[in-house]
Design a protein around this ligand. Structure first.
Ligand SMILES: Nc1ncnc2c1ncn2[C@@H]1O[C@H](COP(=O)(O)OP(=O)(O)OP(=O)(O)O)[C@@H](O)[C@H]1O
Ligand SMILES: [Mg+2]
Length: 458
């Protein structure tokens, strides 16, 4: 495959595929401290900055940016027709991919279930049958009522204490996928293939018998009694809400390349490129506190330097490049730090790349953002806009999720400033930064949770 060829908006390995630029953060900064402390709004500690230079009402009105578009308000959704459900204002490229997926279904090219997955996940196709996305419907997640995997059903019902992760909000994996993409874009990491909330209906998805019967009955009525059939608001199967991630081509499971690099070490320039990509993965995973980052859940694309036109006098030497794609981010954003008996380690922390201090490049990219409390609060606000659309949204749990995330950001910032290694970062004491509102201004309390209990409810 061509090293830097940008052939279409869907599957190219370029920057544009994985990111979209976001506006610059407001100019409010803080210096984190690693001691237990309680900070008032006037102090420069995490969360002490009042969000940007806008007051709350103004901030409400700026909701028009691209990240806040994918979801329709719940009330609005109930009014819309199925065809209006997917609206991605400000992101025509993504909209075009979703339209292709819809068109493919209309032309009987259906999404294909991913066999190895623990829940219902699907490769979405374009009309020619090429894979263009990965769709994970909410109701087919491990805790979704339509999870098609019977092994998971048995586990959930017969052995509930061993099922799932007790630090995660149930049945919100699709939001975790989209949230990871949002953070990736905001931090300009460009390692998560763009992911948004999408509604799709298709007969290869898992539906209960009632939905299938209803749909058949309506089709029959439309054929036999068109006047009656036309009254139905929807004829086909009901659309499912889930995460839709762009499919990236030419990538292989990290394990494949990591083994290869052991026997065939990368040239120095590639090693540095890979190290930076790896550090981006560390930053993402640490902030979202990913509990499922095995080496099967990130991909590597390595385009070796190859020459074209060997026969002709002119040789085209393609630039080698190495990229990481962080996929399968559905088990992140815990509302408490994992208990010590199920710690969900970051598997990358055992790699040799994790024993190297964070590079200047990553510090330059990340620190200006994470030390800006306005930026961090904006992140929380953006996640709130996304998460609150779920019908199981719980404000208290969400606040806890954000407390963990702020704690992670605080540790990360400290580690970057101190020139620590990713390995040292993961060994730092766990932090939470709680936000309490006093007279409309946020107040932040840092807590170290280093004494991780064997079991805790919070
Ligand atoms: N965006 C993507 N681009 C390219 N390939 C992908 C993408 N997402 C997933 N894949 C491929 O599909 C496989 C399964 O994806 P994923 O791990 O996200 O599914 P899953 O249903 O959550 O599976 P599991 O529960 O086993 O982790 C991956 O190992 C990868 O090979
Ligand atoms: Mg996986």
């Amino acid at each position: 495959m061509a090293a830097n060829a940008i052939t279409d908006p869907v599957c190219t390995p370029s920057q544009s595929e994985l990111c979209s630029p976001v506006g610059s953060p407001p100019d409010v900064s803080f210096q984190p401290e690693d001691e237990i402390s309680s900070c008032g709004p006037g102090r420069s500690y995490p969360g002490t900055a009042v969000r940007s230079n806008l007051d709350d009402e103004d901030a409400e009105e700026t909701v028009g940016d691209a990240e806040r578009q994918p979801l329709l308000g719940r009330k609005e959704r109930s009014r819309t027709l199925d065809s209006d459900l997917n609206s991605f204002l400000g992101d025509p490229e993504f909209a075009a991919v979703v339209q292709l997926a819809e068109k493919a279904s209309d032309e009987n090219v259906f999404p294909e279930r991913i066999q190895q997955g623990s829940s219902g996940s699907y490769f979405s196709k374009d009309p020619s049958g090429r894979t263009i996305g990965v769709f994970k419907p909410k109701d087919e997640e491990p805790y979704g009522h339509l999870n098609p995997k019977w092994t998971k059903w048995i586990q959930k019902n017969c052995c509930p204490c061993c099922f799932g992760r007790d630090c995660l909000v149930l049945n919100q994996g699709y939001l975790s996928e989209v949230g990871a993409s949002l953070i990736d874009q905001k931090l300009e990491l460009n390692i998560v293939p763009k992911t948004k909330v999408v509604w799709l209906a298709c007969k290869t998805f898992y539906y209960g018998p009632i939905d299938r019967c209803k749909s058949q009955g309506k089709k029959y009525a439309l054929e036999k009694m068109p006047a009656v059939g036309r009254r139905f608001r929807r004829i086909g199967l009901p659309p499912k809400m889930g995460s839709f991630q762009l499919f990236v081509e030419g990538y292989k499971d990290a394990d494949f390349w990591l083994r290869r690099f052991e026997t065939e070490p990368l040239p120095e320039n590639m090693r540095r490129q890979f190290q930076l990509e790896f550090e981006k993965l560390v930053v993402l995973d640490y902030i979202i506190r990913n509990t499922d980052r095995g080496n099967d859940n990130w991909l590597i694309k390595y385009d070796l330097p190859v020459s074209e036109n060997r026969d002709s006098e002119w040789m085209m030497v393609k630039e080698p490049m190495i990229k990481i794609a962080a996929i399968d981010n559905g088990l992140a954003f815990p509302f408490k730090h994992p208990d010590s008996w199920r710690a969900y380690p970051f598997y990358w922390s055992w790699l040799s790349q994790a024993k190297v201090p964070f590079s200047q490049e990553i510090r330059k990219l990340v620190l200006p953002k994470t030390t800006d409390m306005g930026f961090v609060q904006d992140l929380c606000q953006d996640l709130l806009e996304l998460f609150k659309e779920d019908k199981g949204f719980d404000k208290i749990l969400f606040e806890k999720q954000m407390s963990v995330m702020r704690g992670q950001i605080l540790n990360l910032t400290q580690a970057l400033q101190d020139g620590k290694t990713p390995c040292e970062l993961v060994n730092m004491p766990s932090m939470v930064v709680e936000c309490t509102e006093r007279s409309r201004s946020p107040n932040f309390i840092q807590k170290i949770t280093s004494q991780r209990p064997f079991f805790s409810s919070w």
